[in-house]
Ligand binder design. Structure first.
Ligand SMILES: NC(=O)c1ccc[n+]([C@@H]2O[C@H](COP(=O)([O-])OP(=O)(O)OC[C@H]3O[C@@H](n4cnc5c(N)ncnc54)[C@H](O)[C@@H]3O)[C@@H](O)[C@H]2O)c1
Length: 245
């Protein structure tokens, strides 16, 4: 392991993508509170709550934009130990017959191809340093398939295969690659799910409530911490008991 590798979260230099909203925003806040150096990135059009802070423009579908932001974050913090990719969209909630190929491809492009582009941009540097934590956000939808979300479910299932493959490729390098699979977390994205579908999902949650971004951030912090050193290619459920396998 590289002598510069962090031994605590407070020593970690973190890039959070999709940090202007929801789970990404809560993650950046939590990691900062733990003493980590944190750079947030999001779309150029994103509105940053509470002022600009340390933030970069990045579109995960554009390899040049991702490479530039990763290089800027690396330079700003003097290295990159942990990357949390929270960039994602829900897209239209509609039956397959009413989902256009264009919509399908756009959702796949942001949620899945974007994760691949981010992985390509950060893994070689982490491997060269001998230490790294990369986390992508999948979904219970990727494990179970959710009705009227064929593209979203497919994109999130793709994340599972992606992290499992990359985890094996980088297993000897000191770098872990994992996925978080949230069920229902109250964010602007979740607010786009029609109310009747939200109610149907709520009925499947043994804990009887939706999750909060802060609860997601707490688990994310552990997954990207130096302490989480023996788990890679794994899918961490965050579903109030909804996910059962
Ligand atoms: N909220 C939930 O219930 C839930 C459940 C399962 C999975 N997820 C996943 O968690 C992740 C975070 O979602 P959230 O609920 O916090 O949503 P959110 O809408 O609050 O945040 C998503 C962020 O991603 C950014 N983003 C979108 N497209 C981007 C792009 N091309 N490049 C860079 N950034 C981009 C948005 O600007 C936004 O800030 C997503 O991948 C989502 O699919 C959420």
């Amino acid at each position: 392991m590289d002598s510069q590798a962090p031994s605590t979260m407070a020593e970690s230099r973190c890039l959070v993508i999709g940090a202007a909203s929801g789970i990404g925003r809560a993650t950046a806040t939590r990691l900062r509170a733990s003493g980590a150096a944190v750079t947030g990135a999001d779309l150029p059009s994103a509105t940053w709550p509470g002022g600009p802070g340390t933030s970069l423009a990045m579109d995960v579908t554009d390899p040049a934009s991702v490479a530039a932001a990763v290089a800027a974050a690396d330079q700003e913090m003097g290295g990159l130990d942990a990357v949390v990719n929270c960039a994602g969209i829900l897209g239209p909630v509609a039956p397959a017959a009413a989902t256009s190929v264009q919509d399908f491809e756009r959702i796949m492009q942001i949620n899945l191809t974007g994760a691949f582009i981010v992985s390509q941009a950060v893994l070689p540097g982490m491997a060269a340093a001998g230490y790294g934590r990369l986390l992508h956000i999948s979904s219970t939808a990727g494990k179970e398939g959710v009705v009227n979300m064929p593209a979203y479910s497919a994109s999130k299932a793709g994340i599972l295969g992606l992290v499992k493959s990359l985890a094996k490729e980088f297993a000897l390098s000191g770098v872990t690659v994992n996925a978080l699979a949230p069920g229902n977390v109250v964010t602007p994205l979740f607010a786009e799910v029609p109310k009747e579908q939200q109610a149907a999902q709520a009925a499947k949650i043994p804990m009887g409530r939706f999750g909060t971004p802060a609860e997601a951030a707490a688990l994310i912090e552990f997954i990207v911490s130096p302490a989480a050193s023996y788990t890679t290619g794994s899918v961490f459920d965050l579903s109030g008991g909804r996910a059962t396998y």
